[in-house]
Write a protein that binds this ligand. Structure first.
Ligand SMILES: [Zn+2]
Length: 63
């Protein structure tokens, strides 16, 4: 059985086991966040692609 590491729902970075914030949606889906910062930004409905500090950031001109 392989243990897959969780990735932050917001910024996409890996979350060490035993750390991070688990958030359960009304539909039963489980989201993980690496930090309260990411959780906060998620709740503010920010787009991680537009934030330079996330792994999902996409600057124009980069592929
Ligand atoms: Zn994160």
């Amino acid at each position: 059985m392989s243990m897959t590491q969780n990735r932050c729902t917001f910024c996409g970075s890996q979350i060490e086991r035993g750390t991070g914030i688990m958030y359960v949606l009304n539909n039963g889906s489980v989201l993980w966040f690496c930090s309260s910062k990411c959780f906060k930004y998620y709740k503010m409905k920010k787009d991680p692609k537009k934030l330079a500090w996330t792994n999902r950031y996409m600057s124009r001109g980069r592929r």
